[in-house]
Design a protein around this ligand. Structure first.
Ligand SMILES: [Fe+2]
Length: 262
């Protein structure tokens, strides 16, 4: 694919977003946040692609995947008024359907079309399937890192805002209760990703995001975590106690350790 293909796809995406505009302020905030998220994920993807020294065609493909990774979020929100897949629809599968039904990728080579659809579909799975070919694995890992990095930004910004100006769907409708779940904490203590099914409070969601750092694939992604101070910023929103301090330290040491050997 070429630069002008990406330019045309970006125009399609902007027009698609506009088609979901609504006069309902809360709904518009949730739509706008996903549009802005997409732009930031594109930037993250490009930065990782450059750090990996991918060639121009591969970098364009990585950015295209980033552009469309959450294209399913718009109709998901319009129909269900939530970003919680567990009570609505798998937004990644829906995104692939949107791309195919609208024939959005028709001008790309077939191989690139398939790669975009496959990467969009896999961007939100808990773990990637075994046996992926080298190229599919690269693009799937890249979008997963680029996406996680920006979700950290979105959530940190969300918790920094007053209740009245928040895009409420960001916190998945979880209650802002003081506690957190033992299962989520245990995942972090084991150095593993937490499961969405275990989330019961907003604190669980924050802990889940911290646990995502164990799943980042590239040194460039860890550099961005450190550079943007995501661990500290997220930790500052969590309850202050020894258990939490311990898992935060553990994640921080993990990131630091990975950066030291990269
Ligand atoms: Fe997503």
């Amino acid at each position: 694919m070429h630069t002008n293909d990406l330019t045309a796809l970006k125009s399609w995406f902007e027009a698609y977003c506009v088609s979901f505009s609504t006069p309902v302020a809360e709904d518009q905030r949730n739509i706008t946040i996903k549009q802005a998220h997409t732009h930031e994920v594109c930037k993250n993807a490009l930065r990782i692609a450059r750090a990996l020294r991918l060639d121009n065609r591969q970098a364009l493909l990585a950015e295209t995947i980033a552009l469309f990774h959450d294209v399913g979020r718009f109709s998901q929100y319009r129909q269900y008024k939530t970003f919680d897949d567990t009570i609505s629809v798998n937004h990644a599968a829906l995104g692939a359907k949107v791309l195919l039904e609208n024939n959005v990728l028709r001008d790309l080579p077939k191989h690139d079309q398939d790669m975009v659809v496959r990467s969009v579909t896999m961007h939100n799975v808990y773990a990637l399937p075994e046996g992926l070919d080298e190229s599919s694995l690269l693009f799937a890992r890249l979008i997963r890192d680029a996406d996680k990095l920006d979700i950290l930004r979105v959530v940190i910004e969300y918790f920094g805002q007053d209740a009245g100006s928040r895009a409420e769907a960001v916190a998945l409708g979880l209650p802002d209760a003081p506690g957190y779940s033992p299962a989520v904490l245990a995942s972090l203590q084991r150095g593993e990703m937490a499961r969405k099914a275990d989330l019961a409070t907003q604190n669980d969601f924050k802990l889940l995001l911290l646990a995502w750092l164990y799943d980042l694939n590239f040194a460039a992604s860890l550099h961005m975590v450190r550079e943007r101070d995501y661990i500290q910023k997220l930790a500052a929103t969590l309850p202050r106690n020894e258990e939490i301090a311990h898992v935060v330290d553990r994640v921080r040491e993990y990131v630091q350790g990975k950066l030291n050997v990269s």
